[in-house]
Write a protein that binds this ligand. Structure first.
Ligand code: SF4
Ligand code: SF4
Length: 396
């Protein structure tokens, strides 16, 4: 196992994410398989485990806490998160103290090694940054009491909002978890986020390294080209080998669903074998084909002349994101947060941007496509309602 230093700790660079735990036919978590995976993790040197309040309708915390309790408390690090992002449109606003006490109980621990404000984005910042909510203050108090050892945040915001959040709270937080993989390096501007975090002196934790499994399998012909270059590696391993070309990540989370996936990841994380230039070029080609991406470079040449003042590159990036799927709910939250008059449906199809675009992108047509994509997505309110129903069902 490759280890990374964080302050006075030695963290395994592979973390066990528990959002996609193995399940039985009735949809409940397969605790026996979770135990087998935790045993394997502990034997092979994984010491970082990550859960969150909404995962598996609230049952991920119970499952991982139960499994880890079979090992000495000082032999593993547990991360949990406060779902403040659900307090923006949540059906039932959650208070930090209520959630935190519940989480400690569910996980069966007296403290969390790592604790995160969950999903800071353009939408949830309204909650997190409002001092009247006493959210950050509360968690800083828990840290002072030793019930949280390290406080950070996970972030799905664009670089501008990330910077704004860091300007306000960066000195109180110790790490930031972002979506980082070879697709989102440019598509979600993760390259810019890494630069901003480096400037702020915050280490990077990685989530969605294989984009919810989307980067773990491709059509046979594509996989054959990859196998020709790396015959002994799995397709998922390529995503982690790409991460090894980025110097910043401390912990890279993988939401593993079986012992077989864990065995494969453990093999990958046993040594550094970063991709070479030829392999990176192949991944870029695959990513383009996979997403049928709009080739927007973010140059903003089209923006000044837009009579509606739309943030065109941002909307193009969201369209790319929705076409790929996987993390579409975060994109939808960002899209909603743009507000009336700033979304794709406000485009009047004047065509100015098409003329200005050096990439010859038919922006008005893409705006229409984005409106159609958005109409097929679930709203955040619908997701909250579904999660609340799932949690209620699970607690019966
Ligand atoms: S076509 Fe739409 S996006 Fe392009 S400049 Fe006109 S209003 Fe703006
Ligand atoms: S001009 Fe074209 S490439 Fe540049 S930001 Fe606008 S849409 Fe994207």
């Amino acid at each position: 196992m490759i280890y990374k230093t964080f302050q006075d700790l030695k963290l395994s660079s592979l973390g066990f994410g528990t959002m996609r735990l193995p399940c039985l036919e009735d949809g409940s978590i397969d605790q026996a398989e979770v135990d087998r995976m935790v045993d394997l993790a502990m034997q092979q040197g994984i010491n970082y485990f990550d859960t969150a309040y909404p995962y598996h309708g609230g049952n991920s915390e119970i499952a991982i806490g139960k499994s880890l309790s079979r090992y000495p408390r000082e032999s593993w690090y547990l991360a949990d998160k406060f779902p403040g992002h659900q307090n923006v449109h949540g059906v039932k606003p959650m208070m930090p103290a209520d959630v935190f006490e519940d989480q400690l109980k569910k996980c069966g621990v007296e403290y969390f090694d790592f604790y995160l404000l969950h999903n800071v984005n353009e939408n949830s910042m309204a909650y997190y940054c409002n001092p009247e909510n006493h959210c950050l203050d509360y968690f800083l108090e828990q840290k002072a009491k030793g019930r949280i050892r390290h406080l950070g945040f996970s972030c799905h915001a664009g670089p501008e909002a990330l910077k704004q959040f860091l300007d306000q709270y960066g000195d109180k937080l110790e790490f930031c978890q972002i979506q980082l993989n070879y697709l989102d390096w440019t598509m979600q501007r993760a390259d810019e986020k890494c630069r901003i975090l480096k400037e702020a002196g915050l280490p990077v934790w990685v989530m969605e390294s294989v984009r919810g499994g989307k980067l773990a399998s491709f059509p046979a012909e594509t996989e054959a080209r990859m196998k020709a270059l790396r015959p002994d590696e799995s397709i998922a391993a390529w995503a982690f080998r790409w991460l090894q070309t980025v110097p910043q990540p401390t912990v890279s989370l993988s939401g593993m669903s079986s012992s077989a996936q864990m065995v494969d990841n453990l093999r990958t994380f046993s040594e550094l074998k970063p991709l070479n230039e030829e392999e990176i070029a192949l991944l870029q080609e695959i990513a383009r084909d996979l997403t049928r991406a709009i080739p927007c470079t973010g140059c903003r040449y089209c923006c000044a002349g837009c009579p509606i003042q739309l943030d065109i590159p941002n909307l193009m990036s969201m369209a790319n994101d929705l076409m790929l799927g996987g993390t579409s709910i975060n994109t939808m939250m960002r899209y909603t947060a743009l507000g009336d008059g700033h979304r794709a449906d406000s485009c009047i199809a004047c065509g100015q941007c098409r003329e200005a675009c050096p990439q010859k992108i038919d922006v008005p047509a893409q705006m229409e496509h984005l409106v159609e994509l958005v109409s097929k997505q679930k709203t955040w309110e619908e997701v909250c309602r579904e999660r609340a129903e799932a949690a209620a069902k699970a607690s019966k």
